[in-house]
Design a protein around this ligand. Sequence first.
Ligand code: ZN
Length: 443
Amino acid sequence: MSIEGKIVVLDPGHGGASKGAVGPTGLEEKTVNLHVALLVKSKLESRGIKVILTRDGDYDVPLDRRVAIAKQVNADIFVSIHHNANAERDPTINRTEIYYPWEGETPSEDLATHLYLAFRRHIGLETLPPLPSTYRVMRENVEPAVLGEASYISNPENEHKLKRKEYLECEASAYAEAIINYLAAGKANLQITPQAKYIEVTGDDIDPVTIEVFIDGKPYSYRYCNGRILVPYPQRRANLTVKVRTKGGNIEVKSCDVPAGKPYPLDIKPCYPNVMIDPLPADPLNLRLARYIKGCLRTTGVAAELTWSSMLDAQTDTYRVDKIFRSSPHIVVMVSHYEPTLVEDGVAGFYYYLNEDGKQLAKLLKDSLVNELNMNDLGLHECSKYPIIQMFGPRAYIVPGVWHPYSKVEDTSYQRQIASIIANGIRKFWSDLVEPTHDNIDS
Ligand SMILES: [Zn+2]
């Protein structure tokens, strides 16, 4: 993701009659803020970023005007630069604080987190985790917008440091590094455009696994093809919200009202499903099989993820459920192996009783293993024991064989065969499910 040509608005707090906080020997916050802003500006400009200051001298600018400047130039980032004070209560306080407007997960929170990490690296004071706030200068502003209080001017020792350019360079380096890291992780710049059959959502650098679409706050179907998110029209005028992360991890959310239209229910299913493979914790054999399945799926363009991928990950139900919720997969397949003492060797399929699609998926996967590997058929069973299997449709739980130290499933090439049969089954299941007929689309 190129950061060149991006527009950053830096906002040195206060100015003119508004001095801001004043240090014990009379150093004024407005002066330090401007110095830091100028240093950040030159660091960013050397990387090809366009920087606009809300003030470049000792004069005050109303808060509304500072916001208006950022919106006028359609800034990619707005950063307000301040220094805190707490002389009355405790002049020894000196720490770093970062504020962002709180509305759930937002780009501002991402940028605030980059700042948090950069301040710790470059200044090393006690640094509070990013704090949500309602400061005027961040409200109704561009996104992301944050406000930094890199240190306390009321602390006598720190006031002394703030008079030295080398120290201000540290603060400026932190700001510049955070801004560059944020931009390098990408901005999606989501655009929502109503087309004849679909509402089309486009953007840059989107990680397809992270797409979430909501109509009036409820999860809604979409199709992702060639970098475009296609959303069917709702049946009545409604609010559409699209939430994505870029491949670099930055979040972006875009909302707007969309008109009602003719729905195309079958046509909007994705060409390729997002699949979540959930190896039952915490067995390395389950994990290995899940990794093979993921590999098989990925080589054919199916976005596959694991609920946990290292024996070091947390593997609690909560962790796995949370992971599934966050990526909203189209299909969830849980895998594990039987304890040798429990049953004879063979393959069993499980489904949640309310999930008809899941039942068919479990049957297809089990039957494929029975037919292609001559596994013993241990049947198809209802199962409500695991929270994962109750969550999303379609989901299935497959137990391909008994584990014991000398069993075939320990053999890598045999496991690869099992994995490729399961992966093929998932693909077949999905194409049977979504293959649209012309009757469905054009009637
Ligand atoms: Zn201030």
